[in-house]
Design a protein around this ligand. Structure first.
Ligand code: FES
Length: 139
């Protein structure tokens, strides 16, 4: 399930299908509400404060805008040894998320590892929604 969205998606497909499965007697909208109850907003950022090609750090989340109008969000916990990723740096003309503990670098587009020692990508949020002036991260 991707967190890279250029538009509002209120609920993940998996959560929706799970909700449909457990609420067979419910209406479609009731199923949607039941499914989405498992995901909640965990961070909010002002869209205008998320730089194009960069990121902001909100609570335990990295909220990025790799392309104008496309927002992504990842946990700030490094998959290598749980370092707290707290900044970005420009590498070869591109902003990347950097773990200060051992220097792993990650893509702001998809969370993939650009430089180890981490072998695993960042954990993407279940959802990223542009809602008016805000970017809402749900998990
Ligand atoms: S904990 Fe992040 S690179 Fe080791």
């Amino acid at each position: 399930m991707s967190s890279e969205l250029g538009f509002a998606v209120p609920c993940s497909r998996r959560a929706f299908l799970k909700g449909v499965a457990v609420t067979t007697a419910a209406t479609a909208s009731g199923a949607l509400l039941a499914a989405c109850a498992s995901e909640k907003t965990v961070a909010k950022a002002k869209a205008a404060q998320v730089p194009v090609g960069g990121a902001v750090f909100v609570d335990d989340w990295i909220v990025a805008q790799p392309k104008e109008g496309t927002f992504t969000a990842f946990s700030n916990v490094c998959p290598h040894a749980r370092g707290k990723i707290d900044h970005t740096e420009e590498v070869n003309g591109v902003q990347v998320a950097v773990c200060p503990k051992h220097g792993s670098e990650f893509s702001l587009s998809d969370g993939s590892v650009l430089k180890g020692p981490s072998r695993d990508p960042l954990t993407a949020a279940k959802g990223v929604t542009k809602n008016g002036d805000s970017v809402e991260v749900s998990n």
